[in-house]
Design a protein around this ligand. Structure first.
Ligand SMILES: [Zn+2]
Length: 250
């Protein structure tokens, strides 16, 4: 038997209230980064604790493979399997991306999502946690062609570009990817439900290095587009975070 933790780790009302307030306080933010990630390519960047990352389908529906690492230890990174076990097969507002052991802790919390969800066959939905990332080898097996653009290589190259280790590139949180299981329990994907202008926001629980890839595959539909990545600083802090014993409270 598996561990008895296969239920959603629901946030408390206090936590939900905090994240909703952060998501609504758009006027109190400062933009720290504003990146256009060209189609079929990747970028990496820092997102520090309490900052908000927004990923936008700025030019059209585009699946974005997303990796996250502790900024101080690349061996602690997003764990799609554990996140799926704890949170479910797809991300939505109030769900968290969890990291690998031994820390195994929330890395980011989804606080906004503008994608309008439809009723799809087999209960398919958007923001996938079940598919593995595409790679050169996976494309070679599927098409017989070598050297095709892929998310694995895009993310590795992006991490190297900012001088961060690419040793622990991992299966992604597939932002805007619309997926499900068929009646034979096989995975399927359909063109993304996302529309031009849709975005998600992730609140950083720790200091992070993040990497994204505009998936060059067919998961977005027939076209490929750039995506826009923005990082915002904001002044609100979680009321439940423990105050260090070194901190003087006046
Ligand atoms: Zn891909």
């Amino acid at each position: 038997m598996g561990e008895n933790i296969s239920r959603p780790q629901d946030l408390t009302d206090t936590q939900l209230d905090f994240y909703i307030r952060v998501a609504r306080s758009l006027s109190k933010r400062e933009t720290c980064q504003d990146l256009l990630v060209p189609e079929k390519s990747g970028r990496a960047f820092h997102v520090y604790q309490d900052q908000v990352l927004r990923i936008t389908c700025s030019h059209g529906p585009q699946v974005c493979d997303f990796n996250a690492f502790s900024a101080t230890d690349s061996s602690e990174h997003f764990w799609s399997g554990r996140t799926r076990t704890l949170q479910g097969s797809h991300m939505k507002i109030g769900r968290q991306l969890w990291s690998t052991e031994p820390s195994m802790r929330p890395m980011m919390t989804m606080i906004a999502d503008t994608v309008k969800k439809r009723q799809l066959p087999n209960n398919a939905t958007t923001h996938d946690l079940i598919y593995s990332r595409c790679s050169e080898r996976a494309w070679q097996l599927r098409t017989g062609r070598k050297g095709m653009p892929n998310c694995n290589t895009n993310i590795k190259n992006a991490l190297r570009d900012i001088g961060f280790s690419d040793e622990y590139v991992h299966d992604a949180f597939n932002v805007f990817m619309t997926t499900g299981y068929d009646t034979d329990h096989r995975l399927f994907h359909v063109p993304s439900e996302a529309q031009k202008g849709d975005y998600i926001e992730l609140y950083a629980e720790i200091d992070l290095v993040c990497a994204v890839s505009c998936c060059p595959g067919t998961s977005s539909g027939s076209e490929h587009y750039p995506i826009t990545v923005q990082v915002f600083s904001q002044s609100m802090r979680p009321p439940w975070r423990t105050i260090s014993t070194d901190t003087k409270v006046i």
